[in-house]
Design a protein around this ligand. Structure first.
Ligand code: GLY
Length: 585
């Protein structure tokens, strides 16, 4: 069955069973604690928690969608038989409408009757300290004639939450067999019974609470690509009609890295790039813009710059996704891709010339090439059959990377933590030491202002962005109304009090999850690495903590160095977001 038919059948099946068809939401979610949309349920989070009314918005307690999704966690797996970055997710959802019996029966009937496929086996939750074993689902499956029911634990069959908190619960998964005889998970049916007050990582570490939801919900996710692979009896997702036309148009013979895996990576990335660009993301050095840039550079490394490739992707998807059925969008996608190629492609060429000139490189030199020309480790290693990198290892390269991060903390090429250091024309290179010193003081003041805003206005204040130049700091935060002049004065006083106490500024490196548990504030649009730095500003006499944030640094050693802080402007930045500019004197 063609994938376009699978999409339509899925929507029609659930529409006929009382579900309202809802269009895919953007790949960039509203939830500031999540970088990208990873699941169909994300746009429906408030309906599970009771913060929004499904009947008012959808005229039904049940919805169905085909959701554009993106999982950065699978990026290193791309190229095997089943993993992707961008994928389409079929999902049906219920917010207090139905529960296990109907959800499992719908899943069973859609796979076996609508699509005529066989279910190999299913999984159910085996139970944990906090949540009992799901014998109800096991019995439902058996009553439907599925005999092979396997038990799994929290890691595999317990969903969510996505982001900093959210709905979650045990799941049951459906497995089918592909043309290789391999069992593949195709559908995950989640029983949303709880609200978790922390992230998934915190939950798995035993550091979050499960609060029973008033109304139990259903959330399901089925990858269209995997389902098409089973339905079309293919050995891998790249042989399905969703990918075959794209793969056919990829020619990487000239790159010297012509492999099936290379083609798959390019096909995956070309789709992901197209959809990210269509949702308004542009390549940059932070957050989701950085994810996009990494994907684009990988294509460039394979020598792919072809407008034809993007055209093929657009043609394959434009009938279902309106945003691709727009000439202006098409031109813009091709223009941005070509522009990035122009920027990076020539630097890369110079880097390869340099590598050729140097001959054999060690880890230090390889890292220098990466830093100056963006040459990634793999490219240095593979170039000219590996002649120039016989003794280079990934470990040694990573070690150089780590050393460099420590050095850059000290100064000259400052990139200030999660705060943008940008001017209208792009990233600013700080010109001399006095500017580094000034921006460092403003950076510390920004952390203090963030803490002060929460102290004065309440903990609901959430950083939405920030930008520091040599003249001033600019801080955006989510807050529903104008900040009154007397409140601004209090914020200023709070910061200046913290400065006059000459707080000590220190950082500790720790696991991301540990930092979350410690309550460090972050800028959650930013995707953090597994190990992060947390900066704390505390009174050395009493130990009282004034500020604790995820941050790359640098900062002053003592807040006394900041000088006097003054707010110069407060205004609206966008709906629900306020913007404050401050200076240090
Ligand atoms: N939200 C269910 C899933 O994505 O698997």
């Amino acid at each position: 069955m063609q994938s376009s038919e699978i999409r339509q059948k899925f929507l029609a099946f659930f529409e006929a069973r009382g579900h309202t068809v809802v269009p895919s939401s953007s790949l960039i979610p509203d939830d500031p604690s999540v970088l990208l949309t990873t699941a169909g349920m994300q746009q429906f989070k408030p309906y599970y928690t009771g913060d929004a009314d499904p009947v008012k918005d959808f005229k039904s307690l049940n919805t169905v969608s085909v959701q554009k999704s993106f999982r950065t966690s699978d990026i290193d797996e791309v190229g095997d038989e089943t993993h992707l970055t961008f994928f389409e997710m079929l999902g049906n959802f219920s917010f207090g409408g139905y529960f296990k019996e109907e959800a499992i029966t719908y899943g069973h009937d859609f796979i076996t009757q609508e699509l005529g496929l066989a279910i190999s086996y299913v999984t159910v939750f085996k139970g944990s300290d906090a949540v009992p074993k799901d014998t109800e689902s096991e019995n439902i499956w058996k009553s439907l004639g599925v005999a092979d029911v396997r038990e799994e634990g929290m890691e595999d069959v317990f969903w969510g939450p996505t982001g900093a908190s959210g709905p979650c619960g045990p799941t049951t998964e459906i497995y089918c067999t592909n043309a290789n005889g391999k069992d593949v998970e195709i559908w995950n049916i989640v029983f949303n019974e709880f609200l978790c007050n922390g992230s998934r990582e915190q939950l798995l570490a035993g550091n979050a609470k499960l609060i029973p939801l008033e109304k139990k919900g259903i959330d399901t996710g089925m990858g269209l690509e995997r389902l098409a692979m089973i339905s079309q009896n293919k050995k891998n997702i790249f042989e399905t009609d969703l990918f075959a036309p794209i793969v056919e148009n990829i020619d990487i013979r000239a790159s010297g890295r012509n492999s099936e895996k290379g083609k798959r990576i390019i096909a995956d990335h070309a789709r992901a790039i197209t959809f990210l660009l269509a949702d308004g993301v542009r390549p940059s050095n932070k957050g989701v813009g950085y994810v996009l840039r990494r994907l684009m550079r990988r294509l460039i490394i394979y020598g792919v710059q072809d407008a034809l490739l993007f055209d093929t992707v657009i043609d394959s998807y434009k009938d279902f996704y309106e945003e691709l059925n727009d000439e202006n969008n098409r031109d813009e996608i091709i223009r941005v891709a070509a522009n990035e190629y122009g920027k990076f492609g020539s630097t890369l060429g110079r880097g390869l010339n340099e590598l050729r000139r140097i001959g054999e490189v060690d880890a230090k030199m390889a890292f220098k090439l990466y830093e100056s020309f963006g040459l990634p480790y793999e490219m240095i290693k593979d170039f000219d059959d590996g002649k120039n990198a016989k003794n280079l290892t990934r470990e040694a390269f990573d070690e150089e990377f780590r050393k460099h991060q420590e050095i850059s903390r000290a100064g000259a090429t400052a990139k200030f933590g999660g705060h943008g250091l940008y001017m209208k024309t792009g990233e600013v290179t700080i010109r001399d030491e006095s500017e580094v010193e000034k921006v460092t003081r403003l950076h510390t003041a920004t952390h203090l202002m963030h803490a002060a805003l929460r102290a004065v206005l309440g903990p609901e204040v959430r950083q939405d962005g920030s930008d520091i130049t040599v003249e001033r700091t600019r801080f955006d935060f989510r807050f529903g109304r104008k900040v009154a002049p007397e409140e601004l004065k209090k914020v200023e006083e709070w910061v200046n009090d913290a400065i006059s106490r000459d707080l000590k500024v220190e950082y500790k490196e720790m696991a991301y999850e540990e930092a979350l548990v410690e309550g460090a504030l972050g800028f959650f649009k930013e995707k953090y690495p597994p190990r992060v730095k947390v900066y704390t500003m505390f009174d050395p006499k009493t130990g009282e903590i004034f500020s604790k944030e995820f941050c790359g640094g640098p900062h002053v050693g003592h807040t006394g160095e900041v000088g006097r802080f003054r707010i110069v402007k407060e205004e609206s930045s966008s709906a629900g977001v306020r913007r404050i500019r401050g200076v240090v004197e």
